[in-house]
Design a protein around this ligand. Structure first.
Ligand SMILES: *Cc1c(COP(=O)(O)O)cnc(C)c1O
Length: 372
């Protein structure tokens, strides 16, 4: 992220500030890391089981299995629900590329559905027309930190005998009608990439579910396909959450609700600033959702100019995402023409993500507002 530094007195606002967050919890984290390092149980140490229990409870489910990344969580969740070679999996057209990659890693084919023009969440009215006899699952992405319309997704899935996977990589702590992300489908995938609302100090991920069978399958697939040591019953992978990352995550999980609350307070201030502007459209929080604002995304017709302006005034802004899945070179084989998913394409052309993180000062918040 580029943040031009034009004058010494200027307020700089990075897109995320992991240093400020670390400083606020340094003692706790250092203790946990030191204990873990001294214990020498770097793989599958007690820190992993402790974090898995705490995160399952946080998500209101029975099961959590740590894996090596959010992408792996999606991949292994797809395999666990039975996605295999040639199976179709419905995903929204506007999402991070990993949603599509997880499907492909399981041998499946991503089938895109356009998004709602206001929220950029999957447009549930368009899901049924994408279902074929080859469809196996739907991945609902809780994009930017708010949950997709899960009642509708689950109803459609039930009618057609499909599995529901939540991509909750941006939604740690989000709620849908009072129920937590991670408990809203058959199985959910989380990422602990450092910049996520709950981030490790390296790569990490997890699945959550109430289905002990699915949890055991993910655990086995991520452990060389072996339910017991050297008992390899199935082709498997090496995908585990490191003990060190689990130790860090357990410390940070205790702060997550407060951090998400701070993100909401900043979002409220932003919304107030732009509520009556025709040139800046905010992404609304849907009724019944508790948003955790992993990203604060506005839309502007003159997006590129504004992005340049923000960067010139020391504000780190970003684009989520500059291209929908079907227009990425890596997914040209899906053979979906430009114009096929107009809402996702319009989001890509106009979206602008502004800095939002718990440690932002009032001065930084007001600087972002003044700069835009
Ligand atoms: C970050 C992210 C992922 C991938 O997570 P990694 O840990 O980086 O592999 C998947 N889906 C979405 C929506 C994400 O934002």
């Amino acid at each position: 992220m580029t943040t031009a530094n034009t004058s010494a007195s200027q307020t700089n606002v990075p897109m995320v500030d992991l240093k400020a967050q670390f400083d606020s919890i340094a003692d706790e984290v250092n203790d946990a890391v030191q204990q873990c390092v001294a214990s020498c149980q770097y793989i599958q140490g007690p820190q992993v089981a402790t974090f898995e229990r705490a995160f399952a409870s946080f998500c209101g489910v029975q099961q959590c299995v740590g894996v090596a990344s959010g992408t792996d969580a999606l991949h292994l969740a797809c395999r666990a629900v039975g996605v295999g070679p040639g199976d179709e999996v419905i995903i929204p057209a506007n999402t991070f590329v990993a949603t599509a990659a997880g499907v492909c890693m399981a041998g499946g084919i991503p089938v895109l559905v356009d998004v709602d023009p206001n929220t950029s969440l999957i447009d549930v009215a368009q899901i049924e027309s994408a279902i074929t006899p080859g469809t196996k699952a739907i991945i609902a992405v809780h994009l930017y930190g708010q949950c997709a319309n899960m009642d509708a997704v689950n109803t459609i899935a039930k009618q057609h005998g499909l599995s529901v996977i939540e991509d909750a990589a941006q939604a740690h702590g989000a709620q849908y009608r009072g129920r937590p992300a991670g408990s809203l489908g058959d199985i959910a995938a989380f990422s602990f990439y450092p910049g996520k609302n709950l981030g490790a100090y390296g790569d990490g991920g997890a699945i959550t579910t109430n289905d002990a069978r699915l949890a055991e399958r993910v655990r086995m697939l991520g452990n060389y396909g072996a339910p017991r040591k050297y008992h390899h019953v199935e082709f498997g992978f090496n995908s585990r959450l490191d003990s060190l990352q689990a130790a860090v995550l357990s410390v940070k999980l205790n702060h997550l609700n407060a951090w998400n609350e701070s993100r909401r307070r900043i979002a409220d201030r932003y919304a107030e600033a732009w509520a009556f502007r025709s040139d800046v459209a905010i992404t609304p929080c849907v009724d019944g959702n508790t948003h955790v604002y992993h990203l604060y995304v506005v839309r502007c017709a003159d997006r590129d100019e504004r992005l340049a302006n923000l960067n010139a005034t020391g504000v780190g802004a970003g684009l989520h995402y500059p291209a929908p899945i079907h227009l990425l070179p890596a997914y040209s084989w899906l053979d979906q023409p430009r114009g096929k998913f107009p809402n996702a394409e319009s989001f890509a052309a106009t979206c602008l993500s502004l800095p939002i993180y718990a440690e932002m000062t009032d001065e930084q918040i007001e600087h972002v507002i003044a700069s835009l």
